[in-house]
Design a protein around this ligand. Sequence first.
Ligand code: AMP
Length: 283
Amino acid sequence: MQIVTTVDSLRQILKPLSKEGKVIGLVPTMGALHDGHGALIKESVKDCDITVVSVFLNPIQFGKNEDLDKYPKRLEADAKFAGSLGADYVFAPSVQEMYPDGDPLTLVRDETLESLYCGAYRPGHFRGVLTVVSKLFLISGCNHAYFGEKDYQQVFLIERMVKDLNFDLQIHRVKLVREDSGLALSSRNEYLSEDEHSRALGIYGGLKQAKAAYEAGERSVSKIRDIVLKSILAARGIVQFVEVVNQKDLQKFSGMLAPEDKVVILVAAFFGKTRLIDNIELN
Ligand code: AMP
């Protein structure tokens, strides 16, 4: 396991490997790695000859009042963890290395979904994500890249970007990994107090109840949505959004769901100062 910190040195390592025909997998992360990231790394190691895990806290995807400064950082431990799962390189550039001229003036944007759901509450977030992910694709020349369904809107936008811009690589979706308690694993869970952590289980509790209701025949979008809302409110969470949306285009459903509708519920809620996201596919 080698930590690489510059664009040039990563290219110098990966280009010859690529020429030899080695298949390169990329796992983009912001660090503070946990078993959710681990699932992505394992997939890449299984599919690819070389796995590169990027650890970059991307400032342009954070809003002014968000948690950029307090986000947990532990590069050495991350490199050890990634290496223990079979990753070959950790790419950990500085902000100066990624954005030598300051915030980039060329940005990758999604015209429609960047202002919905997470994007509605985090203006500029998705253009920051799509821009840095594009840079990482171009820097690494990867053949495969791995993203978690924990960030459901993000992986959808990345898949669409790859298609729209003809990136020559394959995106892999990895299922959301939860703690035994049911809480979706997230680097931000470290911010939760014990009390907030136990209350935050109300998110998955509500999602599971909604799925059970769907499986028992409930097709009313508002009733399904209310089940999740009630569970989070009962746990004294502050709901940012609960939306019942189409897996295929992430557009909101309303009224009654049809049998052929592919449905996912997207949630964002605060417990204390910590914003958590989660989702569940109903079918
Ligand atoms: P982050 O470091 O939070 O930007 O996440 C990096 C990648 O790991 C993204 O593709 C996330 O969707 C994925 N990821 C984070 N947490 C989980 C989880 N609990 N289950 C599956 N994937 C995850």
